[in-house]
Design a protein around this ligand. Sequence first.
Ligand code: SF4
Ligand code: SF4
Length: 339
Amino acid sequence: ICNACRYCEGFCSVFPAMFAERSFTDSSIIQLANLCHNCRGCYYACQYTPPHEFAINLPAALDEVRYDSWKKFSWPQGFANMFDRSGMIMVVILACSLAFLFWLVNTFIPEEGEGFYAHMSHGFMVMIFLPSFLLPLIATGVSINRYWRYIGGKKMTLTELWKASLEAITLRNLKGGHGDGCNFEDEDRFTKTRSALHKMTFWGFLMCFGSTTAGTILHYAFGLEAPYSWYSLPKLLGVPGGVLLCLGTGGLAWLKTKADPNLGVARIWSSEMAFILLLFSVSATGLLLYAATGTALVEWFLPIHLGTVLTFFLVTPYSKMIHGFYRMAALVKNQTRSG
Ligand code: SF4
Ligand code: SF4
C-alpha cells in the first residue's frame, strides 16, 4: 500500500529504502524495521489507519519486526528470551543482589587505599568489571555481525560510514522530514522533545564513558590514582555527563508514560522502561556518590552505584541499549544502498 501511496516519502529513511524494492524478503523487512526510529509521523499522516479497513499501523508493525530481529540475532539467545519475558524483574533483582554483594565485600573485606579504594580495592573492581564489560561487548559484536550478514551488508567506504554517523548523531530521522520533530508523546502535534532528550542521553553517556576511559589512562599510563580533583578530565567529563544522562533518561521515561502504547510493541513496554530507569539509576547514583565523597555515605552509595553499573553492562546485549548498535548498522547499510 505504501509503495503505491508514497505520501510519506520524505518523512524518514524508511520510505526511500522501501520504494527502492520491487519485492520484500525477510531481510529487507528487517532492515526497514531497524531504519525506523518510531517517530510515528507516518501513523498520524496516514489515511489508512484504523478505523479504515486496511488498519495500517506502520510504527507498531516495524517495532514488532525490529524487536524480533534483536532476539533472533542475539547471543546467547536464551538471555534475550529471559529479558523479553521479565526484563523489569531481571533488572531489579540483578541490581539489588549485585549491590548487596558489593556491600558485603565493602563491609567484610577491609581495604587501605584512598577515596573509593578505601572501600573496595582497585584490583577487585578490575577483576569484576573487566570481564563484565568484555563479555557483553563480544555478545553485542556477534549479534550485529549476524544482522549485518543477514541483511547482505557489504564493505563500506569511509564516506558512507561518515554520512551514516552524521545521520545517527543528528537524529535526522526524528525530524519528520520537515524539521519540526516527531509525533511521539502528544499524538499528531510535532515536538522536538524526544530528539533533544535522546541527544542529552547520548552525549551524557559518551561523556561518562570518556570519564571512565580518562581515569583508566591516568591510572595505567601516568600512575595517577583516584580520587581525582574536580578540574581533572575524569571529573570534567563525568559530572556534566552524569547530569545530562540523568536529565535525558528521566525525560525519556516521562515521555514513554505519555506515548500511545499501541504504536509500539505494548508487551515490551515494561522491559524498555526498566532499561531507561536503569540508565537513570546509573547516572543518579554516580552523582550522589560524587556528592558524598569524603562522608560515611560513600559506604552505601558505592555498592548501589556499582550494582547498577554492573547490571547495565550485563543486560546491554539484550535490552533497549542494543538499538543504538542496530540503528547504526542499518543506517550504514542504507548508505551503501543509496551511495
Ligand atoms: S503510511 Fe499511509 S500515508 Fe504513508 S505511505 Fe504508507 S499508506 Fe501512504
Ligand atoms: S514511524 Fe517515523 S521513522 Fe518509522 S517509518 Fe514512520 S515516519 Fe519513518
